[in-house]
Design a protein around this ligand. Sequence first.
Ligand code: SF4
Ligand code: SF4
Length: 99
Amino acid sequence: MASKSAHDDPFTCPRSVLCKSEAGKTGDWRSSRPEIDLKKCIPSKSGKHACHLCWMYCPEGIVKRSIPVEIDYDYCKGCGICAEECPAKAIEMVKERVD
Ligand code: SF4
Ligand code: SF4
């Protein structure tokens, strides 16, 4: 029988379906959100898969490894790790708007 890894466990895998459930939604407490400047983002401007460090490091697993790169704001916690890790300085943390 194959051994179990952390990613087989639906309660610990950051990209599990359970993480993207109603209970995992962020709500309205987030103070800032990451915004991607697609003119600076390497895969978004080149049209080729490259970099994707924001996808790799996001602890919530909610950055889409797509072209252009997308963030699911329903689940983003605003931790800022993606902005810290982006080698192109394409992600800026901006204050949440209070409407
Ligand atoms: S880390 Fe920065 S450059 Fe790399 S894919 Fe994410 S936003 Fe684009
Ligand atoms: S701010 Fe944190 S939770 Fe939101 S996309 Fe970036 S790394 Fe993920």
